[in-house]
Design a protein around this ligand. Sequence first.
Ligand code: ACO
Length: 157
Amino acid sequence: MEFTFHQIETDEEIPYELLLLADETIEAIHQYIFRCDVYVLKKGQQSIAVMALFRSSDTELEIKNIAVADPYQNKGIGGILIRNAKKIAKQNHYSSLLVGTSDTGFQQIRFYEKNGFVKKTIRKDFFIENYPAPIFENDLQMRDMIVLEFLTHNFPE
Ligand code: ACO
């Protein structure tokens, strides 16, 4: 079975089912998705992973959403998406690739650190101010967003 990776066209369906693995609500996704370049990884005709990239500034590109379908997690696909994001950031002359995740997302933070990201800043109370109801993960309420950074001059590693 052939794997393909491409940016979705404007007339192509947005893969909400995948995006919802990484974000809580459609409303939250709609805050950024129409301003992002959205990439999908397909196995044959089936979309199995997604990544949404947002131009935060002339120098910073941010991964707003990254998700791999359940049966395909933990097989290195997330790592491949991150490598593609680094390549896209470098080719388009961004000096920095950013990603934000909850302070309660220990596995996600570990995933980004294993892929060369370093903690940069905290967006205080992000998950309290931007979501209508409290969200819990690992039995803890999500509160702050931890922003991690990869400097593109380090690519290829
Ligand atoms: N949730 C979070 N992290 C996971 C999960 C999971 N369900 N499964 C694996 N990981 C992490 C682990 O840290 C693992 O490292 P370990 O081997 O040391 O335990 C590492 O990912 C494995 O690397 P890959 O196989 O390359 O990762 P994978 O293909 O599973 O992709 C991803 C990682 C994107 C986090 C995926 O697991 C996923 O889609 N999880 C659910 C959605 C999510 O949490 N997305 C990120 C939210 S933050 C944001 O979108 C900006």
